[in-house]
Write a protein that binds this ligand. Structure first.
Ligand code: GAL
Length: 662
C-alpha cells in the first residue's frame, strides 16, 4: 500500500514539473499567482538542477532554490523535491569522462543532452549519492517537502550501457546468479558456436558481434541492466531514508516505455513508497487513447491496485515525436481523468511553464508560450477545478474487474529477441490488441504483472507468454484446476527462464494444460493471410494445431483448429494459435468470455471504471470518442457538475462524468 505525501491533505494532487532556474525571479511571482489560480497544490522541483545547485565540484548555490521552496510554501504549495541526479553537470563529465555510457558498437556517448551516465559507474554513484545526501540534508526540515523524487525516468536514455564498467558489473551479477561457470555455460547453451567460457573475464555484455549474440546472454543482459538501475534506485532511496525517514520516496516510471522496455517495473515497485508513472500519447497511433488506458491500467497493476501518482503527462503537444500536433478541445480533461479512473490520485504535468530555450521549448505546458490569456491555460484552470471536485476519491482503490491480462517483462524481452521465427511479433502490440478487444466488448479488464495473485479473476488472458518456467506452469495449472479460465496465445510456453526450448511439441510448458500440440511454429510472411471459417483472416502468425484433449472454438477455412478450449473441472484453458483480424478476435473473445461467465456491457465507446473503498463507490464514465454517447448509470451525483443522475447519462464528445453512487 502506498505511503502518500502528507500534503495536499484531503485533495488529489494537481501540479507539474517546475523549472524556475530557467526564469528570472520576476516570473516566479507571476507563477505563484497563476499556480494558485489553476489550483496547483504540489510541484516537482529541482528535477534537473544539479549544475545549478552545484556549479563546480566544491561550490553550492542554494539561494535560488531556498527562495523558491520558501515561495512555494508561502503559497500553500507542497514540494516533491528532485534529487537532481539525472543529468550530470559538465564539470563532472570533464573531470570523469569515464562515467559516460557506451553503445553496443563501442561509441562513447557525449554529454550535452541528459542521462549521460553509466548505471554501473562507481564514480558516478559516488558523486551522485554525495549530491543526494547534500540536497536531502539541506531540505530535510523544510515544511514544504512532502515527497522525494529520485533522479528522473531512470534508464530512459541509458539503460543499455556496454561500457567496461558494465562488463565488470555484469560478471559479478552473473556470478551471483549462477555461482559457477558450468552453470552459466549450461544456461547460455555455450556448446553452440564454440562459445564455451573457461574464465569469468572472458564474459562481455552482448556488444555488437559478427552475428547474433547468444540469446540467453542477451536476455540476462536485459535482466542485469534492469537490476543495475534498480540497485542504483535503492542506493538513492537508502540515502534519502537515512536523512528523512518520514518523507515518502518515489521515482517516475514509464511503464509503456515509448521504445524503452529495459526496466522491469513490477520488480522495482517494492523499492519506492508510492508508484508514479509518466505517460505521453503517441500521436501517430490510431489507438493512442487505448494505449493511454493500457498504460494507466498496467500502472495500477504494478501499484498493487493503487493509488498511484501520475507524475507527468502533457497538457497538449510534445516535442519529441516526428510530428507533434496539439490536443483537441476536451482531450486534456479526458486524458487526465482517465488516469484518475484507473487509480491515480495525482494529475501532474511536464511542465508548468513552457521553456523559451532548450530542446523542450516546443513542448506544451500548463502556461503556454501564449501566456495565461490562452485557451490552454483556461482549460488547465478548468481541469484544476475538476480535480479539486474529485477530492473525495482520494485513497480509494480502482476496483478489480472480472478479467486480468498478464503483462510480463521477461516475456516481452525474450519474445522479441533476434534470430526468431518472425521479427514481426511485438509483445506490447499483441497485449494492446487484447486490451482493445476487451474494451470494444465493454468488458472490464485489469492489467497485472505475472507475479500478481490471479486467483480472484474469473478469466486470465496471458498473450505471448513466451517464457514459462515450471513454477509459472504450476501456478497457471492451479489457477485452471481451481476453476479459473485461462486464455493464452501462440508463441507462449515455448522456453524456460534460460531461454531453452521445452521439448515434445509446442506450446511447450503449457501443452498439457491446453490439451493441444503444435509441431511447427506458424510465422507468416508479410501480406499472407489465412482464411478463417465464417469469414475473417489470420496474419503474421497461424499455427497448425493438433487437438489432444481440447475442442475447437474457431477453425481455419480448411476446418482445422485455430482457437481451442479444454475444460478442466469448472475451469478451462484456451489457446489462440493465430493472430486474428480485429473482428474475429472480438468474436473469439466474446465466446470465451461468455463461457467463462464474464459479463459484457457492450458499451464500446465508454470507458467505465469504478473506484471505491468498501463504503463508497465512484463510477467514472469517459466518452473516449468525438461523437456524443449515452451510458447507463445507477442513481448518484456527478461530482464534476453536482447534478443528480439516474438511469441514463448523456456524454458529450470526450466528456467525463464521475458518479458517486447513492
Ligand atoms: C519525460 C521527461 C521530462 C520531459 C518529458 C517531455 O520523458 O521525464 O523531463 O522530458 O518527457 O515529454
Amino acid at each position: 500500500m502506498a505511503r502518500w505525501p502528507s500534503r495536499p491533505a484531503r485533495a488529489l494532487v494537481f501540479g507539474a514539473d517546475y523549472n524556475p532556474e530557467q526564469w528570472p525571479r520576476s516570473v516566479w511571482r507571476e507563477d505563484m499567482a497563476l499556480m494558485r489560480q489553476a489550483g496547483v497544490n504540489l510541484i516537482n522541483l529541482g528535477i534537473f538542477s544539479w549544475a545549478q545547485v552545484q556549479p563546480t565540484a566544491d561550490t553550492f548555490d542554494w539561494d535560488w532554490l531556498d527562495e523558491i521552496v520558501d515561495l512555494l510554501h508561502d503559497n500553500g504549495i507542497a514540494v516533491d523535491l528532485g534529487t537532481g541526479t539525472s543529468s550530470p553537470p559538465p564539470w563532472l563529465t570533464t573531470l570523469h569522462p569515464e562515467i559516460l555510457p557506451v553503445t553496443a558498437d563501442g561509441r562513447t556517448l557525449s554529454p550535452g543532452g541528459r542521462q549521460h551516465w553509466r548505471p554501473s559507474s562507481p564514480v558516478f554513484r559516488r558523486y551522485a549519492l554525495d549530491h543526494v545526501r547534500t540536497v536531502a540534508s539541506r531540505y530535510a526540515e523544510h515544511p514544504a517537502l512532502v515527497l522525494w523524487h529520485v533522479n528522473n525516468e531512470l534508464g530512459c536514455h541509458n539503460v543499455d550501457d556496454f561500457s567496461d564498467d558494465a562488463a565488470l558489473a555484469f560478471r559479478s551479477w552473473l556470478q551471483d546468479r549462477y555461482g559457477d561457470l558450468e552453470a552459466l555455460n549450461f544456461a547460455w547453451g555455450t556448446a553452440f558456436w564454440s562459445q564455451r567460457y573457461s574464465a569469468w573475464e572472458q564474459i562481455l555484455p552482448p556488444r555488437r558481434a559478427a552475428n547474433f549474440p547468444n540469446p540467453t546472454q542477451q536476455l540476462d543482459y536485459k535482466r542485469f541492466s534492469s537490476w543495475e538501475l534498480q540497485d542504483y534506485l535503492r542506493a538513492e532511496v537508502a540515502v534519502l531514508r537515512s536523512v528523512t525517514p518520514d518523507i515518502p520516496v518515489t521515482t517516475n516510471f514509464m511503464v509503456m516505455g515509448n521504445g524503452v522496455n529495459g526496466m522491469d517495473y513490477p520488480a522495482w515497485a517494492g523499492e519506492v513508497d508510492l508508484v508514479s508513472n509518466d505517460h505521453y500519447l503517441i500521436g501517430a497511433r490510431p489507438d493512442a487513447y487505448e494505449e493511454l488506458c493500457f498504460s494507466a491500467n498496467l500502472t495500477r497493476g504494478i501499484a498493487g491496485g493503487g493509488p498511484w501518482f501520475l507524475m507527468e503527462h502533457s497538457t497538449s503537444a510534445v516535442n519529441w515525436q516526428p510530428v507533434n500536433p496539439p490536443k483537441s478541445p476536451g482531450q486534456l480533461q479526458r486524458d487526465s481523468l482517465t488516469h484518475v479512473a484507473y487509480g491515480s490520485d495525482a494529475v501532474s504535468f511536464f511542465q508548468w511553464r513552457a521553456s523559451i530555450a532548450g530542446a523542450e521549448k516546443y513542448h506544451s505546458a500548463m502556461v503556454p508560450h501564449a501566456g495565461p490569456d490562452s485557451q490552454l491555460f483556461r482549460d488547465v484552470c478548468a481541469l484544476g477545478s475538476d480535480v479539486a471536485a474529485l477530492a473525495e476519491v482520494l485513497g480509494t482503490l480502482a476496483i478489480s474487474s472480472q478479467v486480468a491480462m498478464v503483462f510480463d517483462w521477461t516475456s516481452w524481452w525474450a519474445s522479441e529477441l533476434d534470430s526468431h521465427p518472425s521479427n514481426l511479433l511485438r509483445y506490447r502490440e499483441v497485449a494492446l490488441a487484447w486490451h482493445h478487444a476487451f474494451h470494444t466488448a465493454g468488458i472490464g479488464v485489469d492489467v497485472q504483472p505475472l507475479a500478481a495473485d490471479l486467483s480472484p479473476y474469473a478469466m486470465v488472458v496471458a498473450p505471448l507468454l513466451h517464457v514459462v518456467d515450471a513454477a509459472t506452469r504450476d501456478r497457471l495449472t492451479d489457477y485452471v484446476e481451481g476453476g479459473g479460465h485461462l486464455v493464452t496465445t501462440f508463441f507462449s510456453g515455448i522456453v524456460d527462464g534460460n531461454d531453452h526450448v521445452h521439448l515434445g511439441g509446442y506450446p511447450g510448458a503449457l501443452r498439457e494444460l491446453l490439451g493441444v500440440r503444435v509441431e511447427e511454429l506458424g510465422p507468416l510472411l508479410p501480406g499472407v493471410e489465412i482464411a478463417l471459417s465464417g469469414g475473417g483472416t489470420a496474419s503474421t502468425w497461424a499455427e497448425r494445431i493438433s487437438l489432444v484433449d481440447a475442442r475447437p472454438v474457431l477453425t481455419y477455412a480448411d476446418g482445422t483448429a485455430a482457437v481451442t478450449r479444454r475444460t478442466v473441472g469448472s475451469g478451462s484453458a484456451s489457446y489462440v494459435g493465430a493472430l486474428l483480424d480485429p473482428a474475429s478476435h472480438q468474436r473469439v473473445l466474446g465466446e470465451l468470455s461468455l463461457l467463462a461467465g464474464v459479463a459484457a456491457s457492450g458499451e464500446s465507446s465508454v470507458v467505465r471504471r469504478v473506484r471505491g473503498d468498501g463504503e463508497r463507490q465512484f463510477v467514472f464514465l469517459i466518452n473516449e470518442s468525438t461523437d456524443p454517447c449515452s451510458a447507463s448509470i445507477e442513481p448518484g451525483v456527478d461530482l464534476l457538475t453536482g447534478r443528480q443522475v439516474s438511469g441514463t447519462i448523456e456524454l458529450e464528445p470526450f466528456a467525463v462524468a464521475v458518479i458517486r453512487l447513492s
